[in-house]
Ligand binder design. Structure first.
Ligand SMILES: [Cu+2]
Length: 440
């Protein structure tokens, strides 16, 4: 039997790598460069009394919402609509979101700002927007039926209030939340403090979510209650997720929100320890902060962590639930681990040419086999990496820490390891010297 790792062709591998690069680069550029007029206080003739300069957040694979100042009020326009969204190369689905994207544009403002949101409903059903975690007058809270009439299709409603806090917050639909949330109607709402408390060099905004997309389906299934098969950061599954690019020594903040339906996510960072500085947008007093490298982000919550990016390299940043770092897969498959499949495969091939038992030695090889996937579906794992296939998917991205001047979020490519710093095959001499034998 031909070893599985020989099943994929180098041509297919190269094509995959090219697709990966072209699919993620434009989004990175967008993430790195929010609209010029958005944050330049000097461009505003009458900045609100409380406006202050701040370092804008970077929303990987996303953008920052544009606004304009009208008589001292920051005016935003959100359009609820349907559009086609690429979750990762090879998987496009019709989503609902804001301004043609999911998550919707990241809203950024400053504590004390007066903000006005026009929300235009271009969906086929009513909607409303809830400003999750933001202190607003009751009638601005966006809970359809309870605090406002729902926004009918074709109409535009207005929300207006003054921001009385700072921190990492979110916004999402509060009408038919099950459907509208499952289709992507959510975004991040970052309120900067009036006075920068602890400025950071890179401030990343990440929104976690989960989806049920059956292979070949054109739309996510909003009725799914438990068995989600796509897990995303800013509505992208690896390898569609843009890396987080930082300079060695940068102070980095990760703001992580979770508006998935059911699952909490322990987000784990490799190579560094961080300090948890904020929960649900509320700053944690310094004496109460804790350090670690995994932070649990429950449904409906946000956490912010900070760390110094002291270690150069390509460091994984991912949910540590192993089924959340996979792409589409069914959980109903029989357990074939350890079975002797060779004789069985030979018999089966008489009936089904090309038949091969999968999963008998583990699942890691399956991703790189380049087997044909059903139309509009993605393999359950990964993408080509610098050494071999990366058998991760879903809620997985890469923190790229580099020396030198890192001005943008342009992907610097794979890390070049100093000689002697990569795990590699042990030599016979080393084994004899240290173990006294060569393990067989
Ligand atoms: Cu998870």
């Amino acid at each position: 039997m031909i070893p599985r790792r020989h099943f994929f062709s180098s041509a297919a591998l190269a094509a995959g790598a090219a697709a990966l690069a072209s699919a993620t680069r434009p989004a990175r550029a967008a993430a790195a460069e929010p609209a010029d007029n958005t944050h330049d206080a000097s461009a505003s003739p009458e900045p609100t009394a409380s406006s202050s300069p701040f370092r804008p957040v970077i929303t990987p694979n996303g953008i920052t919402a544009e606004w304009k100042l009208v008589d001292g009020v920051k005016v935003f326009h959100l359009v609820a609509e349907e559009f086609e969204h690429e979750i990762t190369p090879g998987l496009k689905v019709k989503c609902w979101g804001y301004n043609g994207r999911t998550p919707g544009p990241t809203i950024e403002a400053v504590e004390g700002d007066r903000v006005r949101f026009y929300v235009t409903n271009k969906l086929t059903e009513p909607t409303s927007v809830h400003w999750h975690g933001v202190r607003v007058p009751n009638g601005m809270d966006g809970v359809s039926g309870l605090t406002q009439k729902e926004i009918p299709p074709g109409e535009t409603y207005k929300y207006e209030y003054t921001l009385r806090q700072h921190g990492t917050h979110m916004y999402h639909s509060h009408f038919d939340e099950m459907t509208q949330g499952a289709l992507g109607m959510m975004g991040l709402f970052i309120i900067h403090p009036r006075q920068a408390l602890e400025p950071v060099d890179r401030d990343f905004a990440l929104l976690l979510s989960e989806w049920r997309v059956d292979p070949g389906a054109a739309r996510p299934n909003p009725s799914e209650m438990t068995d989600f098969n796509i897990f995303t950061i800013n509505s992208k599954a690896f390898p569609g997720t843009a890396p987080l690019v930082v300079k060695r020594g940068d102070r980095v903040r990760l703001r992580i929100g979770n508006l998935g339906a059911m699952d909490h996510h322990p987000v784990h960072l490799h190579g560094h320890d961080f300090t948890v500085v904020e929960a649900d947008g509320a700053p944690i007093p310094p004496a109460a902060r804790w350090s670690g490298n995994t932070v649990l982000v429950p449904v409906g919550s946000s956490r912010a962590v900070e760390f110094i990016a002291s270690e150069p390299g390509d460091w994984a940043l991912h949910c540590h639930m192993s089924h959340h770092t996979m792409n589409q897969m069914g959980h109903e498959a029989p357990n074939l681990l350890g079975i002797k499949s060779r004789a069985f495969d030979q018999k089966m091939r008489r009936l089904v040419p090309g038949y091969m038992t999968m999963g008998d030695t583990g699942m890691g090889d399956m991703a790189e086999m380049e087997m044909k996937n059903p139309r509009n579906s993605v393999p359950m794992l990964g993408a080509p990496g610098p050494f071999s296939y990366i058998d991760m998917g879903g809620m997985f991205t890469i923190l790229k820490v580099r020396e030198g001047d890192i001005a943008s979020q342009t992907d610097p490519g794979w890390y070049t390891h100093p000689a002697g710093t990569v795990a590699s095959r042990a030599s016979t001499e080393e084994l004899q010297r240290d173990l006294g034998r060569v393990p067989q």
